[in-house]
Design a protein around this ligand. Structure first.
Ligand code: ADP
Length: 295
């Protein structure tokens, strides 16, 4: 098969592992910078061009689109879809998952457990928002944040009011969420491929920190998850329409709660913590799902 990995940097761990896994399994694989792809949007022969040449006879693409380039990156993925190329994750699902609020609304509609979350436009409604999530302590999040940046734990109602007013003063979109204290700075990352969780790790926040992001000094170790956690992660990925996803869960005293569903989950932390060849399993999934024209 000819497999293209749409990534800005071939040196990144996840990108290089996917390339290596595809080649190990005998495929013709390459990394293509999606920001250097340009497109011919025509009814007769739609194409994706790279370095002055059309990318032809591609069987599958693996999108690794950075959060800052969702618009152009998903346009490139969509163009491959127009050309009937199999995308590991579809452009629409990637776009959907990039909108935190929309994602939470979709998950809630399917009855998937979530921390109680509230959103308001006007600072006049801050008190109502705080009451909705059960008062302080609570977590305020920037809708545009990643890697734990813009996630603030507010211990008191006064602090929550100030933080929300400050963010809104800068015209940032925010949401407020009940603080899941019993999670004790631990979250669970489930790597879903198709209908299965193929690997799971727990991330523990560093000292004096409630955010367990590895970028914030969190520590990752292998974890055994419960059947309920397993089915929650698979349902969350399915609800978002993602074939491959990193689903983050918090362990609350009323079951697993979904924090986020990531469409380009990093492989370094999870492969390191679990010793599982996740990249190989992703390529295997593509092999099972791409229907090659019969010779
Ligand atoms: P990001 O997308 O920036 O990583 P998250 O919403 O995943 O932001 O939050 C970062 C981390 O903060 C999580 O991994 C978790 O450890 C912690 N956290 C986030 N929301 C809550 C919450 N409602 N209750 C307790 N801990 C939380």
């Amino acid at each position: 098969m000819k497999i293209l990995i749409l990534s800005r940097n071939a040196q990144l761990y996840s990108t290089s592992r996917l390339l290596e896994a595809a080649r190990e399994r005998g495929h013709d694989a390459a990394v293509v910078d999606y920001l250097r792809c340009y497109m011919n949007i025509a009814a007769s022969r739609p194409q994706v061009m790279f370095g002055g040449k059309p990318l032809i006879k591609v069987d599958a693409v693996i999108p690794r689109i950075g959060a800052t380039h969702t618009f152009y990156g998903t346009a490139v993925v969509r163009q491959f879809e127009v050309m009937d190329v199999y995308p590991l994750n579809q452009s629409e699902a990637i776009t959907r998952s990039r909108d935190k609020l929309r994602s939470l609304q979709l998950l809630s509609r399917k009855g998937i457990g979530l921390p109680v979350t509230a959103l308001a436009h006007s600072t006049k409604d801050v008190t109502g928002v705080i009451e909705t999530v059960g008062g302080a302590p609570l977590v305020v999040k920037l809708l545009e944040g990643t890697q734990g940046i813009g996630v603030v734990l507010c211990e008191t109602t006064k602090a929550a009011e100030s933080v929300m007013e400050a963010f809104r003063g800068l015209d940032a979109q925010i949401l407020a969420q009940e603080f899941i204290k019993e999670a004790s700075g631990v979250d669970i990352r489930c790597l879903v491929i198709g209908n299965k969780v193929v690997a799971a790790m727990k991330r523990e926040a560093g000292q004096d920190e409630f955010r367990s992001n590895l970028h914030r000094g969190g520590k990752a170790t292998k974890v055994k998850i419960t059947p309920q956690e397993r089915s929650t992660a698979v349902r969350a990925a399915k609800t978002m329409g993602l074939r491959v996803a990193g689903v983050d869960l918090l362990r609350s005293n009323h079951g697993p709660l979904v924090l986020e569903v990531n469409s380009s989950p990093g492989l370094e932390g999870i492969e390191g913590a679990t010793n599982i060849d996740v990249a190989g399993k992703i390529i295997e999934h593509i092999e099972k799902n791409v229907s090659l024209p019969s010779a």
